[in-house]
Design a protein around this ligand. Structure first.
Ligand code: GDP
Length: 297
């Protein structure tokens, strides 16, 4: 389950303070030392942990709590609010085009879950928002990527635009958008090629697609199980391509959750969705507040 290990640690650290009617500065310091260790063990970015602890301490040891000798619950509330803020505060929704179709470019490294997420997002848009998405197969390099998207399309009864693997991804993306306009689709989800690592060829190609179709949304798909690597990947994609949001996949198997907690603070870009399983309906809009409550119990 997502965040299970971290949740257990944090809830353990906060237990001592929870029922206390009066909380001393030392109580807060002791608790925060444990919270700091728990976050670091969960692979939360070091700088992010440092800032987080500072922010909580300032509020919890400062006027807000100590002057009025507020009960332990108040301290926990501060931790909850700061954790929510760290993960982005308000829920971040998908950007939409003023005039349909909304163009969404799906980008990410191989294996992160890009193709699966493209299908999940299409299904989410149809089921929850009554939209009519078109999926476009622009990953011409990974053997079977086009087939994978076509198969997904059949399973979900969702249209897929493809031109095989002998046409440039830029042309596929442009034609897909044109088709979406013609057929009155309100979303086009373009599944682009991934690589094993961030490299210049990949970024160059994605840049060309971006320039050609001017997406409303560039969604980076990253694997939360890879911890700080996922955060580094997000930083690279954001610096070199410019992203508008993040999908954090495989959160269902990530007991640590360090990437989900740090990526917004490090990149400035919000997590918009979380992948919670392999099935096509296992995609959830990312709610920082609910996530914080899940972690803190
Ligand atoms: P791509 O190379 O980025 O297009 O990756 P795929 O979409 O082919 O996904 C790679 C693997 O990750 C597949 O086995 C997916 O079923 C799996 N996967 C994707 N998202 C999730 C998720 O949220 N949870 C879990 N448990 N598995 C996922």
């Amino acid at each position: 389950m997502a965040f299970e290990g971290l949740a257990e640690r944090l809830q353990g650290s906060m237990k001592k303070i929870k029922g206390k009617g009066k909380v001393t500065e030392q109580d807060v310091k002791d608790m925060m030392r444990e919270v700091r260790l728990a976050l670091l063990e969960a692979d939360v970015n070091f700088k992010v942990v440092k800032q987080f602890i500072k922010d909580v301490k300032e509020r919890a040891v400062g006027q807000e709590v100590m002057d009025s000798l507020t009960p332990g619950q108040q301290v926990i509330k501060v931790v909850n609010e700061e954790l929510t803020e760290l993960m982005g505060g308000e829920q971040s929704r998908l950007n939409t085009a003023q005039k349909p179709p909304t163009v969404v470019m799906m980008v990410g490294l191989q294996g992160a879950g890009k193709t699966t997420t493209t299908g999940k997002l299409a299904l989410h848009l149809r089921k929850k928002h009554n939209r009519k998405p078109l999926m476009a197969a622009a990953d011409i390099y990974r053997p079977a990527a086009i087939k994978q998207l076509e198969t997904l399309g059949k399973q979900l009864d969702m249209p897929v635009f493809s031109m095989g693997d002998q046409v440039s991804p830029v042309e596929i993306a442009e034609k897909a958008v044109a088709e979406a306009k013609e057929e009155h689709h309100d979303y086009v989800l373009i599944d682009t090629a991934g690589r094993l690592h961030v490299d210049d060829d990949l970024m160059g190609e994605l840049d060309q697609i971006k320039a050609a179709v001017k997406p409303d949304e560039v969604l980076l798909v990253v694997d939360s199980m890879t911890g700080q690597d996922a955060v580094n990947v997000a930083e690279s994609f954001n610096e070199r391509l410019g992203i508008t949001g993040i999908v954090m996949t495989k959160l269902d198997g990530d007991t640590r959750g360090g990437a989900a907690i740090s990526v917004k603070a490090v990149t400035g870009k919000p997590i918009k969705f979380a992948g919670m399983g392999e099935k096509s309906d296992a995609l959830e809009p990312f709610h920082p507040e609910r996530m914080a409550s899940r972690i803190l119990g």
